[in-house]
Design a protein around this ligand. Sequence first.
Ligand code: SF4
Length: 143
Amino acid sequence: MSEEDEWTPPEHLPWMDEALCAQTDPDMFFPEKGGSARSAKRVCASCDVREQCLDYALATGQTEGVWGGLTPRQRRATGQFIAQPNPRVDYAEVALWVERGFDDQEVAAKVGCAPETVMRWRHRHGIEPNSHGGRSSGRSWAA
Ligand code: SF4
């Protein structure tokens, strides 16, 4: 991947600090067409945040690169490309706290759900993260 088309995630979430790929070559996770994803998948297999990473990629419909150990084709095959609403979550309450300016972590704590649930709700409604919760950085998001 060249510097020009360097990929930037739309937001920074706490689990990204633990991303093992941040300590490796990010290009490995975006192989050229026909290239192998094997090396990236090997890194993902040892990553502590693999589950959150895959959940994020499915929830936000990431169409490029290896996320959570799965290629785009494998993610599409899960049939969960865009996660459905969780019936146990009071989304009216999520909306209320998001509108009041709280970040995903704070909203999740108030509503009693995971921050990723709040994130998915925002994505479904096209709402950007509230500023103090949404730092942005490259995929090499850890130092
Ligand atoms: S792509 Fe996801 S699962 Fe793989 S190393 Fe990076 S953060 Fe971990």
